[in-house]
Design a protein around this ligand. Structure first.
Ligand code: PAF
Length: 288
């Protein structure tokens, strides 16, 4: 496994692979890898000849007061995990490589970036789309692997690749979960013991909603469901604030106020909850 630190090094290499007809699989990450990332790497291994993982904590997608400075970093640990997982190259640029002085180009995917996470973290998806398009141009992947955990990120990036004719196929991998249901995230290490014990209630609330709207147990009242989910989460002492619980069309991300006439559509149920200063998100997608 090799580590590539510069854009030109990486781009030369991937151009060569393209010419040679090698299939490139790409897993973009911000490092501090966990099982979720490893499942993306495994999926990439299966589909591609060459697997490239990027590790870059992207300052552009953090708002003022967010956790950019304290975001967990450990390149030695990540290197070992990547090597053991059969990664061929890590692209590990520094901030100056990606945003040299005078950098001034940004990607903005309108509407779909506005609700949910976008409404709480203004500018976040502009930062994500900008870095991911840059990474796509550098790595030139045939396949790019993302987790379902960041549902809105997925919708935004799918829209970007479609609208800007980006030549990569986005592959969605299921959210990796701890045994008790908590979605894996690099940010879980911030959780105190009590918060860690309470955090699985996010998934419990999502599963509750899923049970309620499946055929045979048919509850169309979204406000009622949100109320019940909220009660369940608030019953945990360390869940200090619910930023949102939302039902959306999974393709357009339009908010749903009723489940009438939603057969055959994918419904995204997502939530964001603060445990003190730690903010967790989770979601499930349901097709009835
Ligand atoms: O999902 C992430 O870890 C990041 O948003 C991504 C896609 C690597 C862009 O920085």
């Amino acid at each position: 496994m090799k580590i590539l630190k510069t854009v030109s090094q990486a781009q030369k290499l991937t151009s060569l692979f393209r010419v040679k007809g090698k299939v490139i699989g790409f897993v973009p990450t911000m490092g501090y890898l966990h099982e979720g990332h490893l499942s993306l790497i495994n999926a990439a291994r299966k589909k591609a000849d060459i697997v490239i993982v990027s590790i870059f904590v992207n300052p552009l997608q953090f708002g003022p007061g967010e956790d950019l400075k304290k975001y967990p970093r450990n390149i030695k640990r990540d290197e070992k995990l990547c090597r053991d997982a059969g990664v061929d190259y890590i692209f590990y640029p520094d901030v100056k490589q990606m945003y040299p002085e005078g950098y001034s180009t940004y990607v903005n995917i309108e509407k779909i970036s506005d609700g949910l996470e976008g409404s709480i973290r203004p500018g976040h998806f502009k930062g994500v789309a900008t870095i991911v398009l840059k990474l796509f141009n550098i790595v030139q992947p045939h396949y790019s692997f993302f987790g379902q955990k960041d549902a809105q990120q997925l919708s935004v990036l799918k829209k970007m690749t479609a609208d800007l004719n980006v030549n990569t196929k986005i592959i969605v991998c299921p959210t990796a979960r701890e045994q008790d249901g908590l979605a894996m995230s690099s940010r879980n290490i911030y959780l105190s013991k009590q918060q860690r014990a309470d955090a699985p209630y996010l998934y419990k609330a999502l599963e509750y909603a899923k049970r309620k709207i499946m055929p045979g147990n048919y509850n169309r009242d979204i406000d009622f469901l949100k109320g019940q989910m909220s009660k369940l989460i608030k019953s945990r002492v360390s869940a200090t604030k619910i930023d949102y619980i939302s039902f959306n069309d999974n393709t357009t991300l339009k908010e749903l106020n009723t489940l009438k006439n939603t057969q055959n559509r994918e419904i995204l149920i997502s939530l964001a909850v603060r445990f003190g200063s730690v903010r967790l998100i989770d979601n499930i997608v349901i097709k009835r």
